[in-house]
Design a binder for this molecule. Structure first.
Ligand code: NDP
Length: 390
C-alpha cells in the first residue's frame, strides 16, 4: 500500500489522480492534500480519502477549511510553509500538480526527500531545471514525469541504451486555433482558447496549449529530464493526440508511445511504475481512427514555441523569466485586459529587455530563481501596462 500526497489535489491532474486512487484501494491511500483557495473541495477530498493532512495555500481560506474539517481528525494547515510541510509529510509518493511557478518551492521540498516524485508541474523544471535536477540526483528521488509526452519518453527509454538516442519528438495537438489566421487569432476570446479539442485541463495549461507555449515549456522540460541536447528535441503537430512522442535511436529504429488522450494513463504510470495497473481510459481502435497525421508547427502564428527554444538556448535564468512573463500575460488575457497575440508578444519583449539589461545569469540558488521569476513578472506587467496606456 503506497501513501500518496497530492499537491494541487483540487485541480485537473489532482482529480484524475484521485480517480486512479479510488479505483485501487488495495494499492494506494492518500496522505496529504493541498489546494490554493478551494477549501470546500479540498475538505470533501480529505474526508472522502481519509487524508492525514489538508493544507490550503491562501491563509484567508484557513478558517473555512478548519471549520469544514472540524471533528474529522484531519490535521489542517495554511500558507506557503504549510504547503512545504505537506510536501514533506510522510508518504511514498508525491504527485506535484500545482499550476505554475507557485509549485516550485513545495515540489523542490518533495524532491529533497528521496521518494517517488510524480511530476506534472513542468513550470518548476522550466524555472529551475539545473537546481531541481541536482536536488533530485543528490537525494536519490525517483522522478517519474506525468506530462503525457514525457511519460511516453520515460516509458520508451526504460532499459534503453540512452547513449544511442538520436532524436526525441514531442507531439502537440496544435490546440483549438490550429489553422486560424493571424487576424482571427487577434480576436480570439478566452472562452474559445479554453476549449481544447483533445484534453480537458486547467485554465493556465489550456491557454498555453492554444499559444503553443505549453509545447515550448515541454521542450525545456524534456531537455532537463532526458540525456539529450536541445537540438535533439523536435516538436511535431499531431491533431489526433494519439502518438505522444517518438524516440529515434542511432540504428534508425523509431519507438513511439500511443494511447487515447487521457491523463489517467500517465498518472497510473507515475503512481505504479514499474508495475502496470488497470486504467479506465478508453482503448485505442486504430481501424476506427483510420489515419494519424503530422505537420510542422507554424512558428509565425504561434511564436511562443520559438521563444521557449530561444530561452533554453540563452540558458541561466532566461527560462524562469520566460515562464514568469508568460504566467502574467496569460492571467491578463484570461482577465480580458489584453488579447491572445499579446501573450507571445509580451514574452518576446520581456526576454529582449532581460537580455539587453544583462539580467540573464546562472542561478546559484532557489532565491536566484525566485528573483528571476519576480523580474519576469515585473517586466511583463510593465509591458502590458504600457500597451493599455498606449
Ligand atoms: P488546475 O488549474 O486544474 O489545478 C491547479 C491546482 O493547483 C489546484 O489544486 C489549485 O488549487 C492549486 N493551485 C493553484 N495556484 C496555486 C498556488 N499559487 N499555490 C498553491 N497551489 C495552487 O491545473 P492542472 O491540474 O491543469 O495543471 C497542474 C500542473 O500540471 C500544471 O503545471 C500543468 O502544466 C501540469 N499538467 C497538467 C495537465 C492536465 O491535463 N491538466 C497535463 C500535463 C501537465 P485551487 O483549486 O484551490 O485553485
Amino acid at each position: 500500500m503506497k501513501a500518496v500526497t497530492i499537491l494541487g489535489a483540487t485541480g485537473s491532474v489532482g482529480t484524475s489522480t484521485l480517480d486512479i486512487i479510488r479505483r485501487a484501494p488495495d494499492k494506494f491511500r492518500v496522505a496529504a492534500v493541498t489546494a490554493q483557495t478551494n477549501a470546500a473541495k479540498l475538505a470533501q477530498i480529505a474526508i472522502e480519502h481519509r487524508a492525514e493532512l489538508a493544507v490550503i495555500g491562501d491563509e484567508a481560506c484557513y478558517g473555512e477549511l478548519r471549520d469544514r474539517l472540524a471533528g474529522s481528525g484531519i490535521e489542517v494547515g495554511a500558507g506557503p510553509s504549510a504547503l512545504i510541510a505537506a510536501a514533506e509529510h510522510p508518504a511514498d509518493c508525491v504527485v506535484a500538480a500545482i499550476t505554475g511557478a507557485a509549485g516550485l518551492a513545495p515540489t523542490l521540498a518533495a524532491a529533497r526527500l528521496g521518494r517517488r516524485l510524480a511530476l506534472a508541474n513542468k513550470e518548476c523544471l522550466v524555472a529551475a531545471g539545473d537546481i531541481f535536477m541536482a536536488t533530485v540526483r543528490n537525494s536519490g528521488t525517483e522522478l517519474v514525469p506525468i506530462d503525457s509526452e514525457h511519460s511516453g519518453v520515460f516509458q520508451l527509454l526504460a532499459g534503453a541504451d540512452t547513449r544511442a538516442i538520436e532524436r526525441i519528438v514531442l507531439t502537440a495537438s496544435g490546440g483549438p486555433f490550429r489553422g486560424w489566421s493571424l487576424e482571427r487569432l487577434a480576436q480570439a476570446t478566452p472562452e474559445e482558447a479554453l476549449k481544447h479539442p483533445k484534453w480537458n485541463m486547467g485554465p493556465k495549461i489550456s491557454i498555453d496549449s492554444a499559444t503553443l507555449m505549453n509545447k515550448g515549456l515541454e521542450l525545456i522540460e524534456a531537455y532537463y529530464l532526458f540525456p539529450v541536447e536541445a537540438e535533439q528535441i523536435d516538436v511535431v503537430v499531431h491533431p489526433q493526440s494519439i502518438v505522444h512522442c517518438l524516440v529515434t535511436f542511432e540504428d534508425g529504429s523509431v519507438l513511439a508511445q500511443l494511447s487515447c488522450p487521457d491523463m489517467r494513463i500517465p498518472i497510473s504510470v507515475g503512481l505504479a511504475w514499474p508495475e502496470r495497473i488497470p486504467s479506465p481510459a478508453a482503448r485505442l481502435d486504430l481501424v476506427a481512427l483510420q489515419s494519424l497525421t503530422f505537420e510542422a508547427p507554424d512558428l509565425e502564428r504561434f511564436p511562443a514555441l520559438r521563444l521557449a527554444r530561444e530561452a533554453l538556448d540563452l540558458g541561466g535564468t532566461a527560462p524562469a523569466i520566460l515562464n514568469a512573463a508568460n504566467e502574467v500575460a496569460v492571467e491578463s488575457y484570461l482577465a480580458r485586459r489584453s488579447g491572445f497575440l499579446d501573450i507571445a508578444r509580451t514574452v518576446a519583449t520581456c526576454l529582449d529587455r532581460a537580455v539587453q539589461a544583462g539580467l540573464i545569469r546562472t542561478p546559484q540558488s532557489l532565491d536566484d530563481v525566485m528573483a528571476a521569476d519576480a523580474t519576469g513578472r515585473e517586466l511583463a506587467r510593465d509591458v502590458l501596462a504600457a500597451k493599455v496606456a498606449g
